[in-house]
Design a protein around this ligand. Sequence first.
Ligand SMILES: NC(=O)c1ccc[n+]([C@@H]2O[C@H](COP(=O)([O-])OP(=O)(O)OC[C@H]3O[C@@H](n4cnc5c(N)ncnc54)[C@H](OP(=O)(O)O)[C@@H]3O)[C@@H](O)[C@H]2O)c1
Length: 229
Amino acid sequence: MDVRIDGKVALVTGASRGIGLAIAAELARSGARVMLSSRKPEALAAAVATIDGETAWHAANAGDEAQAAECVAATVARFGAVDVLVNNAATNPYMGPTIDVDRPRLDKTVAVNWAGPLTWSHLAWHASMREHGGAIQETYGVPVEAIVEGIRHGVRKVNIDTDIRLAMTGAMRRAMARDPGEFDPRKFLKDAMAAARDLCKSRFEAFGCSGQAPRIKPLPLERIAARYA
Ligand SMILES: NC(=O)c1ccc[n+]([C@@H]2O[C@H](COP(=O)([O-])OP(=O)(O)OC[C@H]3O[C@@H](n4cnc5c(N)ncnc54)[C@H](OP(=O)(O)O)[C@@H]3O)[C@@H](O)[C@H]2O)c1
């Protein structure tokens, strides 16, 4: 499926590598003019060089309001607008029991992960979107390695619903793009079920749950229902 957003201006934070760089490259491939941002100028210069299309970079710490304002202003100065903002940058300076987090790392996490997206959205809204419209995409989630580390420190309830939904939706979109003439949802759902199964298998293996089913005690439905009554 080829979605065109020719001429639109996108600003992506955390864009020097990983998911942010992949998003920036895809936006450029779809015709957008893209401003890449992260903290390190040399990493940004190298990232921009890997993308075909109209791009620029501006270094800014996503947790620093003044730097964010400068980056949004630089985007408007360079490209004339901000139509798409992707708040992708996030930080994970502390891993371990929450009870032991120290104040500097707590402050950094709050500034970048919590206040950051609100600040950047506020700035983009007032600099351009309020007048011209636009879209702000959030990317949420926790890397699998961080979950595995959390399990080692006692986390016992891990939710993978969103991962499963993303895997299933991706599989359905791929199937529809592969054969646009297909209209039987059973065909898309077959791919979606396979994607869900593969995702569950890889997560269960990563989390150390595979092979543990015999240890789960079966309960009759009435007892389960009573728990939720
Ligand atoms: N990888 C996964 O499995 C996964 C899963 C779920 C969610 N996520 C989330 O998806 C996002 C990207 O993940 P990723 O794996 O692509 O991360 P990554 O490879 O570690 O890249 C992080 C990017 O963010 C930038 N960055 C880090 N701290 C920043 C800050 N304070 N201000 C501005 N830029 C900053 C980095 O560049 P500089 O060092 O130059 O600043 C880099 O461009 C994050 O929000 C992450 O939490 C990842």
